[in-house]
Structure formats: C-alpha cells, structure tokens
Design a protein around this ligand. Structure first.
Ligand SMILES: Nc1ncnc2c1ncn2[C@@H]1O[C@H](COP(=O)(O)OP(=O)(O)OP(=O)(O)O)[C@@H](O)[C@H]1O
Ligand SMILES: [Mg+2]
Length: 356
C-alpha cells in the first residue's frame, strides 16, 4: 500500500473523496479532497445503478482533485446493512471472524454465503458463559452483491480497492474525539436517501442503525403532489426551509407554499420522532442515557434541525466538527466550492485504512 489512501463516499447526489497520509496512525493528515456530482439515477440509497457513470465521475474526480494515490477504501452503509448485538464465547478476534458464518447462520434473513460478515467486540464478560468468558459485540452483515458492485465500479475507474469499511464507523472515527469521546455520544447523519445513527460509548461504537430515509423523501413528495420536476421540487424545498421558521418566498404561489409546508411538516415530524425513538430505544436497552447528539449530513446540517431534535429528544445536539481531530496539510488541495462537512465520511474511511 502506498503512503496515502483515498476514502471514497459514494452518496446519492455526488461522490466525495479525501486522501489521507499515514492513515491509522497518530500522524494521519488530510492531503487532498474533492467532490464530483453524479448524474441523477446513477446511485440510489447507496446502491450503484449505473457503474459506467460512477466510474466516469471517479476519473473526473481524480483529475480535478489531483489525488496522488489510487489505493482506495470504499464505504458501505445503506439500510441493507444489518447490525445486531451478539454475545459469543471469548476467543481471539481472528478465530471469531473465521467461525462467524457458522455461529450466525440462523440470525440472518439471507443465506450466509450471500453476506459479508464482521464482528466488532464491545466488551468482555468474565465467567458469564456456560463454558467461561463471553465477548459482547456488534455483528455486522452486508449483502455481498451491492458491495461487489461498488468494488467493480471503482476498478472500472482504474483504482485499486484496498479496503471496504462501514460508513457508521468512518463517521465515529472522525466525529467522536476530544470532549465527545467521553460518555455516550450518538452520531446522526441525515443525507439524501440514507440516515445513519451510530452510538458510541467512550469512543467505542455500541449500536448502529441505518434507515432508508432522508431529504429525498421531501423532494419526491413535492414532485408527486405538485407534478413538478425534481430540480424544481428541490428548489422549493430549500426556499421554504425544513425546520427553522419556514417562510413564503416571493417566487412561489400561496398554493404551492401551503402544500410544500404541509409535506415538509409531515416528513420532518416523522423523521425527528423516528430519531428520538431510536435514541430512547438505545437508552432503555443499554440502561444509560445518551449524553449528546452530534449531527452531520445535508439534512442534519440544515438550520433548525439540531434545535428541533434537541427539543424533542431532550438531549444536547451539536453540529459535527467535519475533520474531527484530523489535521489538514498546510498545502492541502481540494476541488472548488468544497464544503468540508460533506467530507467527514471520506476522511473517516481513509483514516481507518490499515497500513501494511
Ligand atoms: N439548505 C437545505 N435545505 C434543505 N435541504 C437541504 C439543504 N441542503 C442540503 N439539503 C438536502 O440534503 C440532502 C443531501 O445530503 P447529503 O449531501 O448528506 O447526502 P448524500 O451523502 O449525497 O446522500 P446519502 O448519504 O443519502 O447517500 C439532499 O436531500 C438535500 O436536498
Ligand atoms: Mg452521505
């Protein structure tokens, strides 16, 4: 593996990538970053629908962002990823991973040979199992096919995948640091068609939930009700606002405004109460409160969202620090108009790469 690795976050609307030097070490540093638009329909809810157009976008991104490395880590994180708590007899992690398929075949809705499996230990409990210690952890299962489709699209662009990592872990690697690394922190990423909730206790992820909802739910409902193009619906949505004091912009009719407002209200209420319920579910299962929420993603960053969630869930909510504890090289390069908050996942993916 070369000294730098690029993390690739293939979102619904664009691909974001970040090149990190010395990943996996204390000296990890962000060197270059970039974003490129995807044509509508190329990717939906994390699934690659048009590999050629994704590969084209990646080639463009490598040129515009000037990435030096072709070694990439790909993120996986849509609602088809299953995460469950699992207790297993304590044994070395390597052995757990080797035998996982046998241990979990009855727990999965798909055949084990169609899934990629992994296990992330949370804590060891001494003498609680029938035959000694047990280890409590997170079982993660992802369908193989969509992951392979991502790997293929990346190879089509002439890149070399050196790892596949979970988007929720990439998020927590970047956003759980400093003050936030102590106690129980919920990270919530609300994007276009995916919402990720990952809860870490003392910086170790304990709980992951991924749901297929996001800002696109609002846009699609506007398209259906008003019969307008998706781009118009997106404009209407943004001009009315999602949570903070919506107002009627001059260029839309009262009729349109009322309908958009009604859609925004019902979708956002459902989204916010879904988030509150997930936080409550975790708290009552784990027997401890969530101390704080850190928000990210296009919708999560919209003005008013943090306050609305905080009020509903009665938990302090703050915006994620996009590069977390990672330093940016003084001469770092990036594509024009980059918004660093959109790069969090890409940085997290790259920085978790293991140097061999
Ligand atoms: N100012 C705004 N007002 C309303 N919605 C916004 C605003 N800015 C961004 N959004 C919404 O945020 C969403 C995009 O978020 P984000 O960029 O995090 O998604 P993504 O990473 O591309 O997709 P995903 O993670 O779902 O695959 C879109 O639905 C967009 O309409
Ligand atoms: Mg995203």
């Amino acid at each position: 593996m070369s000294r730098t690795v690029v993390g690739i976050d293939i979102g619904a609307g664009s691909i974001r990538a970040a090149e990190v030097r010395k990943p996996g070490t204390k000296h990890a540093m962000v060197m270059r970053a970039g974003e490129v638009e995807l044509s509508p329909g190329a990717v939906r809810a994390g699934d690659i629908l048009e590999p050629n157009s994704v590969a084209d976008a990646l080639r463009r991104l490598w040129t515009t962002a000037g990435f030096k490395s072709k070694d990439v880590v790909i993120g996986v994180g849509n609602h088809k990823v299953i995460s469950r708590e699992l207790a297993l007899p304590a044994m070395p992690l390597k052995r757990i991973r080797e035998t996982l398929a046998f241990q979990v075949q009855d727990m999965l809705p798909v055949a084990v040979d169609q899934a990629l499996l992994d296990f992330y230990p949370i804590r060891q409990k001494e003498g609680e199992g029938e035959e000694g210690d047990i280890v409590q952890g997170l079982l993660i299962a992802a369908l193989k096919e969509p992951v392979e489709a991502k790997v293929d699209a990346v190879r089509l662009a002439g890149l070399n995948p050196v790892g596949v990592d979970l988007t929720p872990f990439a998020l927590s690697r970047v956003l759980v640091h400093g003050r936030v690394a102590v106690g129980t922190t919920a990270i919530i990423d609300v994007g276009e068609s995916t919402t990720i909730i990952v809860i870490a206790r003392d910086a170790v992820p304990q709980f992951v939930r991924i749901v297929p909802s996001g800002g696109d739910d609002v846009t699609r409902a506007i398209v259906e009700r008003l019969g307008v193009e998706a781009s118009t619906a997106e404009e209407l949505k943004r001009s009315v606002g999602l949570v903070a004091a919506p107002h009627a912009p001059e260029h839309i009719t009262t009729h349109q405004y009322e309908i958009v407002l009604e859609i925004v209200f019902s979708v956002m209420s459902e989204m916010l109460s879904g988030l509150r319920n997930t936080l409550k579910y975790y708290s009552s299962n784990a027997g401890r409160d969530v101390d704080r929420v850190v928000l990210t993603g296009g919708v999560g960053s919209v003005e008013g969202f943090a306050d609305a969630l905080s009020e509903l869930a009665q938990i302090p909510v703050t915006a994620g620090d996009p590069l977390g504890g990672f330093e940016q090289a003084p001469d770092s390069r990036h594509t024009a108009d980059i918004d660093w908050k959109d790069l969090t996942v890409a940085v997290g993916l790259a920085s978790g790469a293991v140097q061999r």
